[in-house]
Design a protein around this ligand. Structure first.
Ligand code: ADP
Ligand code: MG
Length: 320
């Protein structure tokens, strides 16, 4: 199978020839796309690398799912509806079996998210996947990291630390079971897009650990936060569980801030859509994170960090 047969067999079928906003998809020097009228476009890109973002023996369907999910999660955090994506793939060899499972993973999640593949690049090299996504949001309505205010409640859209627990299970040799799902198939919180647009002052997705990511909302604006450890949904409910929830990466839940005045209407809208979120703290004047709750002192001493590619890695990465 040469490069062009590979693209034709596994990726062209995922690209609409001419449908809706896609005037020309995979197959030409570039895609021709029509943005929805009255909208801003939001663009994001993320690379996932074998041995860093996923274990080298990870199932190909999971690799595809992760590569697209982490990008969709960025769109969700900006409150942008998914439109199009490109796929740059570096592969050590062209195995039909591997590519078939990989493209199936893309097909399933892209179908669910309503996002169309419109182009890409395929090269022979170490296993790495770069996806670029484009989404749309009514003009001026994108939710950013910059809108948080003192007094805002800090909320999350799901449990934390489950992906880190799944990865630990994988590293201990477990290859089956529900505990692996949050790590192998992270869920991008697309269902929250309309609610963020209407209620959130600021938002981001939790990819590198709650506390590290939350600092991106706070530090540029010289704000602080108070986190109530009793409000965290984590397992086990001990120091290890809390540290995993506060520092574990790859959960891709959304963390957003909302005015307490708007909490009741937000919850009503969320419940009507069978969605659940919880308040875990609030924005306070000053800087840094303060913890409240029974284990607050011990958590403070645990010196929570997240993942940084250029610092000494934490045990969870790289994935050999
Ligand atoms: P070029 O020579 O212009 O770089 P390529 O030969 O790399 O084009 O790609 C041919 C077509 O296939 C282009 O439309 C490109 O967008 C598409 N393509 C290449 N690789 C992929 C991929 N992995 N997924 C989707 N489309 C791809
Ligand atoms: Mg090319």
């Amino acid at each position: 199978m040469d490069e062009f047969q590979l693209i034709h067999r596994f990726f062209s079928p995922l690209s609409p020839r001419k449908r809706g906003s896609v005037r020309l998809g995979v197959g030409d020097d570039g895609a021709v796309l029509s943005p929805p009228p009255g909208c801003d476009l939001v663009m994001a890109t993320d690379t996932v690398l074998a041995g860093v973002h996923f274990p080298k023996d990870c199932p190909p369907r999971s690799i595809a799912h992760r590569a697209l999910a982490v990008n969709l999660s960025d769109l969700a955090a900006m409150a942008a509806d998914p439109l199009w994506y490109t796929l740059a793939l570096s592969l050590p060899s062209a195995s039909a079996r591997w590519l078939s499972a990989f493209s199936k993973g893309l097909e399933l999640l892209s179908g669910e998210a309503g996002i169309a593949l419109v182009g890409g690049d395929t090269v022979c090299g170490p296993l790495a996947v770069t996806i670029t996504v484009v989404g749309s949001v009514p003009r001026g309505r994108a939710v950013t990291r910059r809108g948080g205010r003192v007094g805002d409640w800090i909320c999350v859209t799901g449990p934390l630390g489950r992906a880190a627990a799944g990865l630990s299970a994988w590293q201990r040799g477990q290859r089956r079971g529900a505990a692996l799902v949050p790590f192998l198939y992270p869920h991008p919180a697309l269902e929250w897009i309309p609610l963020l647009r209407d209620f959130a002052h600021s938002a981001l997705d939790v990819s590198d650990g709650l506390i590290q990511d939350l600092c991106h909302l706070l530090e540029p604006r010289s704000l602080g936060a108070e986190i109530d450890l009793e409000c965290l949904d984590c397992e086990p409910r001990d120091l290890d569980g809390l540290v995993q929830a506060l520092s574990g990466g790859d959960d891709y839940v959304l963390c957003f801030t909302v005015s307490p005045r708007r909490w009741e209407p937000l919850v009503r809208r969320a419940r009507a859509r069978h969605l659940d979120c919880r308040i875990i703290g609030r924005i306070v004047p000053g800087s840094g994170i303060r913890y409240r709750g029974a284990l607050a002192d011990r958590v403070r001493h645990a010196r929570i960090r997240g993942y940084d590619h250029f610092q000494r890695p934490l045990p969870r990465r790289p994935h050999a």
